[in-house]
Design a protein around this ligand. Structure first.
Ligand code: SF4
Ligand code: SF4
Length: 160
């Protein structure tokens, strides 16, 4: 599988699932979708191909590299075609942590703490189906060298 195909498969794992069975956006007025012109969601390797001619957002350089390639951010206006939302939006607020022995573990993304009220309640408060689907999505990504390198760098860069 190419990175694009891996990202496509990972996206489909979390296509219709959200952190809670109910609409968690009602808790926070959709805080994770209220960025500005300079903030956005990091795109996974090959994911920019989904946004050729996109009408609800644009891609900007992140200004750093992940997995040996320049990272890119997808910046939206706070609404999107849900079926084409980036993988990072689908996985939020989960993050993949690498332990020293190489084993990976799902964690709450500490960067999400400033915006997401769910982070106060820990990973077990999230819908088990969502957690399981996110785990599957990450496992698919880990099978691709480019995506695995990206995830390792992401962990190195953003683990607090
Ligand atoms: S910030 Fe958290 S609670 Fe709010 S919509 Fe996003 S994931 Fe749900
Ligand atoms: S692309 Fe969609 S899900 Fe992602 S931040 Fe924008 S509005 Fe929210």
């Amino acid at each position: 599988m190419s990175a694009y195909e891996s990202v496509l498969a990972a996206r489909s794992c979390v296509e219709n699932l959200t952190p809670l069975k109910t609409d968690c956006g009602r808790l926070c007025a959709g805080a994770c979708c209220q960025g500005d012109d300079a903030t956005g969601m990091l795109l996974f390797p090959g994911e920019e191909a989904f946004y050729d001619g996109c009408t609800f957002g644009r891609i900007i350089p992140a200004g750093f590299s992940l997995g040996g390639a320049p990272a890119q951010l997808f910046v939206c206006g706070g609404t999107c075609d849900r079926a084409n939302r980036p993988l990072a939006c689908r996985l939020f607020p989960l993050f993949l942590r690498f332990k020293e022995d190489g084993v990976t573990k799902l964690r709450i993304d500490l960067r999400a703490k400033a915006v997401c009220p769910l982070t106060d309640y820990g990973i077990r408060s999230l819908d088990p189906d969502f957690r399981q689907a996110a785990r599957k999505a990450y496992d698919i990504l880990l099978e691709d060298d480019a995506c695995a390198a990206y995830l390792r760098d992401l962990d190195d860069a953003f683990s607090l």
